[in-house]
Design a protein. Structure first.
Length: 274
């Protein structure tokens, strides 16, 4: 019988960085080191991985159902060879159907998508943590209305999968204002905004379960919320990870205060292997 796995919310970095060399790759050295520790934190190798990426948004909760997912090159300005990289993990139509049933049973609309491939929110993490690409992976989209409570409910619906050896990964970024990020080095206001939001996030995730969920529903009340997240696509994977481990404590697994020249970012684990 598999042990109950923790859930995670990871800041996934920029584009296809694990497939690169040079200074851009080295700028993610601390994130890479933290990701390499992920398998050790699980105790057992997961039977499958369920990833919720900030790079897939659909009208309802779409579920990847291909047995052999392709790749989505959802980035621009990188060398041409990076548009041919592969993360050749298998999909799992069986798990996709199980997810579909759980989500619908929770009163949330969903559908199976046999065409969707892996985007960099998924393979940037997994290429480091699970480079063998031999564990089945299924992505689940965000919902386009960005409703906070709906994404917490999605996590609650998915929670039983943790008892079946499925690792639930929320992939986004605790700071995601790309325009401001490019000027993070010279702009003290951007650095300050990210630091205050990150402090709010750490305080929120350390709160008692009911208070934590309440604060996440009302995340726009956080300091500089809309400066840090003009759109919440990279924050809502956190809500799914929390919803799937709603009564369990959070632990900081990665933190960096000089990301892209001065941005505060962080990643969390919820619960532990039982």
């Amino acid at each position: 019988m598999p042990r109950r796995l923790p859930t995670f919310y990871w800041t996934h970095g920029g584009g296809p960085w694990p497939y690169m060399t040079g200074p851009f790759r080295r700028s993610f050295a601390r994130l890479e080191a933290a990701l390499r520790e992920l398998p050790r934190q699980l105790g057992d190798s997961p039977r499958a991985i369920l990833a919720v990426s900030g790079h897939w948004v659909a009208p309802d909760f779409a579920i990847m159902s291909s047995p052999r997912p392709g790749m989505v090159y959802d980035f621009s300005g990188f060398p041409e060879e990076l548009y041919r990289i592969q993360y050749p993990a298998p999909g799992s139509p069986e798990l996709a159907r199980r997810i579909h049933g759980l989500v619908q049973a929770a009163g949330l609309d969903s559908h199976l998508d046999p065409q969707r491939g892996f985007d960099h929110g998924t393979y940037a993490l997994l290429a480091v943590a699970f480079p063998q690409a031999n564990i089945p992976v299924v992505q689940v989209s965000l919902r386009a209305d960005y409703d906070s409570e709906a994404h917490l409910r999605l996590g609650r619906a998915l929670a039983p999968l943790r008892e079946q050896g499925v690792l639930i990964l929320g992939s986004g970024s605790s700071y995601h204002n790309l325009r401001a990020m490019l000027s993070a080095g010279p702009d003290p206001q951007v650095r300050s905004d990210s630091a205050e939001f990150d402090a709010w996030l750490q305080e929120t995730l350390a709160a008692a379960p009911a208070e934590r969920s309440r604060r996440l529903r009302d995340w726009e009340r956080a300091p500089h919320a809309r400066q840090v997240h003009p759109d919440e696509d990279h924050l809502l994977p956190l809500h799914v990870a929390v919803g799937a481990a709603e009564q369990e404590p959070a632990e900081l697994v990665y933190s960096q205060a000089d990301f892209f020249g001065g941005i505060h970012v962080s990643s969390y684990r919820f619960g532990g292997p039982d």
